[in-house]
Design a binder for this molecule. Structure first.
Ligand code: EPZ
Length: 440
């Protein structure tokens, strides 16, 4: 029997030029979708990205009573009375975003049985902050290996909560739960990413009073469901924008990013400016261009507004082909260097020591057979293929579809030479790949 392998084939080197639209933000969309459980009427989102993770969360919501309808560039969701609170483990395990159902379902129904969320294998990804904080609102939990069972029979009550350290989805879960709690909730040491501001904006439009002052968030709980007023437009994805800027920098190209609103790009723009990249604003967004060889820049990933961990992989790729020595330290996730091992196969000069990678930049990379292991890493492999000489083949590329909308099409529109193919073993051998080197 012939095996079929879905692979990405990229020919390099190329230079990216042209204009590209930035899609709606994945990590803003996930909490917004989960928050619809708190609403009594139909919610309309526009600029929602068509991504596998979004589809999975929408399907989970549909399984517990949301009427979900895909529209032109978005989605409508109307949360009817529950017909079941059963959440399919096969769906919930596929994404990390399913953890975002914990707060809103508990707040609305006083009960939840949530299969353990999945997501990229970039670290242990504990949920203790979510659980302890919701306990302080009055919920009780039994956390088992494969599921979390939570109840709040008397409803949730506002409380003072201080997170041990900033957590993005933990902050989002608590904000959502506190909306239907009685009284005031004060959250301290919160994450303050732009996606949290988007969630606050959406919940405020539904009638809740929420104030954020740096890392403190105050929510005045409502004893009634929220009411959507008008369509909510999702902001553009700063991680996609950052990844495309890294691609432009690596290929020494010039591109225009088109978006209406893409909050949170400042740290990336400052970083790239410091490396020597030039920017100008356009009527549609931002133009980036490389006029001179870029200098590698060291960085440490930190909670917002520090350098985002979700851009560590693409910016490591950039340092691999920029001038000079750099150090990268990953401080958020314990296991987010899969891509670095793959870069070595292309001839990158890297050394991995615990949470740090040191890098000597040079531009003589060679195409290779690579394996994607996580979302941002798979994007970084694709970026490396744009500068490497010859053919790069990336297997296990489904990770990319979880978080980057039409990414290959976009890169090709800018001058990339990338195709996706289903290959059998014989066709693969024509690319010089032996079946034994393929990951099952
Ligand atoms: C969000 O994950 C993002 N996911 C991640 O993006 C992102 O990498 C991460 O925030 C950090 O910016 C979504 O928004 C869906 P955290 P989240 O809770 O919320 C520790 C991507 O590629 N922690 O902010 O799961 C944890 O171990 C994804 O799009 C606890 O110890 O991350 C980590 O060190 C990957 N206990 C730190 O906090 C907890 O209960 C930050 O994690 C929760 C977190």
């Amino acid at each position: 029997m012939q095996n079929n392998h879905n692979i990405i084939i990229s020919q390099g080197p190329v230079c990216l030029k042209g204009s590209v639209r930035i899609s709606g933000s994945k990590n803003a969309s996930l909490p917004l979708l989960a928050a619809t459980v708190l609403f009594k009427n139909k919610v309309v989102f526009t600029n929602l990205p068509h991504l596998d993770d979004i589809g999975t969360l929408a399907a989970l919501l549909s399984s517990i009573g949301s009427q979900v309808e895909w529209i032109n560039d978005g989605l409508t969701l109307e949360h009817k009375d529950k017909h079941s609170l059963y959440l399919d483990p096969n769906m919930a395990n596929k994404i990390r975003g399913s953890i975002l159902l914990l707060g809103p379902i508990l707040a609305r129904y006083g009960e939840i049985r949530l299969p353990m969320p999945g997501g990229c294998p970039i670290g242990k990804r504990p949920i203790d902050f979510h659980i302890h904080a919701l306990e302080q609102l009055g919920a009780t939990f039994i956390v088992e290996e494969h599921q979390i069972y939570g109840v709040a029979p008397a409803g949730l009550k506002g409380a003072y909560i201080r997170f041990p350290k900033p957590t993005v989805t933990g902050t989002e879960n608590l904000i959502m739960a506190a909306c239907l709690a009685s009284g005031i909730t004060v959250l301290e040491n919160c994450a303050c990413d732009n996606e949290i501001d988007e969630l606050i904006k959406f919940l405020k439009s539904g009638g809740v009073s929420i104030e954020r002052n740096h890392t403190t968030i105050i929510i005045e709980g409502k004893n009634q469901f929220l009411e959507a007023q008008s369509p909510f437009k999702i902001a553009s994805d700063r991680m996609e924008a950052g990844s495309l800027l890294a691609a432009c920098a690596m290929t020494e190209g010039h591109i225009e990013l088109k978006y209406e609103s893409c909050p949170g790009l400042d740290v990336v723009l400052e970083h790239l400016t410091d490396m020597g990249m030039d920017f100008s604003t356009t009527p549609h967004g931002l133009r980036a261009l490389v006029n001179k060889p870029l200098r590698a820049r060291s960085f440490i990933t930190e909670p917002h507004p520090g350098f985002p961990t979700d851009l560590q992989a693409p910016f490591m790729a950039l340092n691999c082909v920029s001038h000079g020595f750099s150090m990268i330290e990953e401080r958020i996730w314990e296991n987010r260097f899969f891509h670095a091992e793959e870069f070595l196969k292309m001839g990158a000069q890297l050394s991995i020591q615990g949470s740090q990678v040191s890098c000597h930049g040079h531009r003589t990379l060679q195409g290779a057979l690579l394996t994607a292991q996580d979302l941002r890493g798979s994007c970084a492999l694709l970026l490396m293929s744009l500068v490497a000489k010859g053919t790069t083949i990336i297997q296990k590329n489904h990770h990319l579809d979880r978080g980057y909308e039409f990414f290959i099409n976009k890169i090709n529109m800018l001058g990339g030479k990338i195709s996706r193919q289903w290959c059998n073993d014989k066709e693969l051998s024509e690319y010089g790949i032996k079946r034994s080197s393929l990951v099952a």
